[in-house]
Each structure stands twice: as structure tokens, then as C-alpha cells.
Design a binder for this molecule. Structure first.
Ligand code: NAP
Length: 319
């Protein structure tokens, strides 16, 4: 496929294989455009680590993120899109042909669709980085089973924190939501469920100051922002381990395009209704984009629009 000397020529390069990228891949390949969707890890993005996608039309109340993504991948591939596990290391978007460099080689594309999404925000407190994977986790779906009958703290008050906390109650003995304000940000129907769950407790106006442990999380140090009171919550001796699941939002993964593609102050890429960025032939779709609602349904929609507009752009700029 690639000999290391010449760049492989594509019509459309999609960067990121979450719902936005997979939808773009599906639409672009269905329009007979030679399309590769580049993914640095596992396809699916944030959806893969989501237990239930209850609000994607037609997915059904119990649709799991992983099965939804598996069907998206299959569908995109059935139209000819190639989904490649090959992390994009550099891009040059300035010319008519855009260049994409990965460890496997260099690709040239007439159009690029950026669908790199976001990554979980970190608390940034002492112990968090050191104990990630040792009690600190950003994925309840992946790690809930490790906390069977243990005590778990979920940090944040948005949809993700409350939904994942509800999921964790199926495993953990007790789940405490630690929120920096005294009111949840999550949607009403989610918070109502949470308030009715006997295994869920809340610590309001509270932040995590430190996560402690030798090899695994043994304790969390919490600070009440109103009173200044510091509390230590320690794992029971027989448990030996606490869970800490921060769900405090996302940061856009836009580093590769910094300085080239116009973004807002938080790093979200600015597009028009056609998902066009400030650079001809470069589109953005999904959570990476500045927009009012980040959901699977809006990501899939963005991907479709971006691919159709990329098709029109390629058609109008034949060379
Ligand atoms: P989010 O809505 O931005 O909520 C982040 C939460 O973390 C907020 O409660 C925020 O507190 C808190 N927070 C932020 N920084 C913090 C810090 N440094 N320390 C402590 N707490 C901090 O993020 P999200 O819940 O991850 O959701 C992201 C997007 O995905 C949203 O658009 C959401 O609607 C969507 N989503 C939807 C669903 C669903 O519809 N089922 C599920 C998951 C996610 P404040 O409230 O005080 O700002």
C-alpha cells in the first residue's frame, strides 16, 4: 500500500474514528470517495466508554456504546471506508493537497475532516496521575467491575458524572458524588433517578484536594469550599482500595491543528454550517467543534454534513 517514498493519495482523510469520524467515513465512501479514517486507538471515542446510549434515536434504551460503535464501523467499512489504526503525528493543511503523516507513512488528501473529539479533563490534584489505573479511572464501563462491593467517589455534577455514578451503583457498595457546587448540572431526568437511588450519596460544595495511596488509592482528601473543612475518606481495611472516577468534562483534542485551524479560546474548532473551517478543504465534525450540544446524535450529524460538503468541495475543485 505504501512504499515509504511516495505519499498515498486519498480523496478524504478523516482524523478520528468516533461517531463523527465514522459517520463522515460512511458518507464519504458511499459517495465513492477514497476515504481513510485514521484512529490512534480503538474506534468509538468517548462512546466506547459509555455504558448506555439512551438518547440516540433508534438505539433503544439499553444500547451499549461498544455495540453501537461496532455497528458504525461495520457500516462505514461496508461502503468502502478504511478505518486505520495509525495515529496522525503531523498535518500540513496549507496546500490544495493536504498532507497527513503517521508512523506508517505520508498520505495526501483533497479534503480533511477533523473529528478528533475530546479527552477527559483531569482534576490536577496530587496523586491523580500516579494512581491512574490503580483506583483512579475515567471509564466506569471499563473499570466498574474492579470495584465490586467497594466504596467509590465520582467527581463532577454533569450528565456524565451522574450517569456513570448510577452505573457504578450496580457494582460498588456505595457511590458518593462529589460536586463543587450545591446543585447538579445534569439533566433533570438523570438527577431525579440519582436522587432516588439509595446507594448514591452526595457531597456538595466539595472538591478533591489529594488522592493518596502507596500502590492503589487508599484515601481521598476532600475540601468543603464553603466551610474550608478538610475531610479524609479512607478505604476500610478489609477493602484496601477506594475508587475515584473524575467526570468533570472534556478538553478538545486540537493540538495537531493549533495555529493552523481557527479555534475558540478553549481550543474548539470554529466552523460554518457546512462544517468548513477557516482553511479551504478542511472540515471539522463532532465534539472538537464549537457547538451547543455534544452528543452522539450531533456528532453523527456533523460527520454527515462534513462529508457531503467535502464531496461538493472536491467536485468544485477538480484538478
Ligand atoms: P459537563 O457537562 O461540562 O460537566 C462537568 C461537571 O464537572 C460540572 O458539574 C462541573 O461543575 C464539574 N467540574 C468541571 N471542572 C471541575 C473541576 N476542576 N473540579 C471539580 N468539578 C469540576 O461535562 P460532562 O458531564 O462530561 O458532559 C459533557 C457533554 O457531554 C455535555 O454536553 C453533556 O450533556 C454530554 N453528555 C450527555 C450525556 C447524555 O445526554 N446522556 C451523557 C454524558 C455526557 P459545574 O457544574 O460547577 O460547572
Amino acid at each position: 500500500m505504501f512504499n515509504g517514498m511516495t505519499a498515498m493519495r486519498l480523496d478524504v482523510a478523516v482524523i478520528g474514528a468516533g461517531p463523527a469520524g465514522l459517520s463522515a467515513g460512511l458518507y464519504a465512501s458511499r459517495a465513492n470517495l477514497k476515504t481513510i479514517v485514521f484512529e490512534k486507538g480503538v474506534p468509538g471515542g468517548q462512546v466506547v466508554i459509555t455504558d448506555a446510549i439512551a438518547n440516540y434515536p433508534g438505539a433503544g434504551a439499553d444500547a451499549g456504546g461498544q455495540s453501537l460503535v461496532a455497528r458504525m464501523v461495520e457500516q462505514a467499512e461496508s461502503f468502502g471506508a478504511k478505518i486505520l489504526t495509525d495515529p496522525v503525528e503531523a498535518v500540513d493543511l496549507s496546500g490544495r493537497l493536504k498532507s497527513i503523516t503517521t508512523p506508517k507513512g505520508v498520505y495526501e488528501a483533497r479534503a480533511v475532516i477533523i473529528a478528533t473529539g475530546g479527552k477527559p479533563k483531569v482534576i490536577g490534584c496530587p496523586g491523580e496521575a500516579e494512581l491512574t489505573g490503580k483506583g483512579v479511572s475515567y471509564c466506569a464501563t471499563c473499570d466498574a467491575a474492579f470495584f465490586k462491593d467497594l466504596e467509590v467517589f465520582v467527581i463532577g455534577g454533569g450528565d456524565a458524572a451522574v450517569e456513570e455514578a448510577l452505573y457504578l451503583t450496580k457494582f460498588a457498595r456505595k457511590v458518593t458524588i462529589v460536586h463543587r457546587r450545591n446543585e447538579l448540572r445534569a439533566a433533570k431526568h438523570i438527577t431525579e433517578k440519582a436522587f432516588q437511588n439509595p446507594r448514591l450519596e452526595f457531597m456538595w460544595d466539595t472538591v478533591v484536594q489529594e488522592i493518596k495511596g502507596e500502590d492503589v488509592v487508599e484515601a481521598v482528601i476532600l475540601k468543603n469550599l464553603k466551610t474550608g473543612t478538610i475531610t479524609e475518606r479512607r478505604a476500610r481495611e478489609e477493602d484496601g482500595l477506594l475508587g475515584v472516577f473524575p467526570f468533570i468534562g472534556f478538553d478538545p483534542v486540537s493540538g495537531l491543528f493549533k495555529d493552523a485551524v481557527a479555534a475558540d479560546e478553549q481550543g474548539y474548532i470554529i466552523t460554518d454550517d457546512c462544517m468548513r473551517t477557516n482553511i479551504d478543504g478542511v472540515f471539522a465534525a463532532g465534539d472538537i467543534r464549537r457547538k451547543p450540544l455534544r452528543q452522539v446524535v450531533t456528532a453523527a450529524s456533523d460527520g454527515a454534513v462534513a462529508a457531503v460538503c467535502a464531496e461538493k468541495y472536491i467536485e468544485a475543485n477538480k484538478w
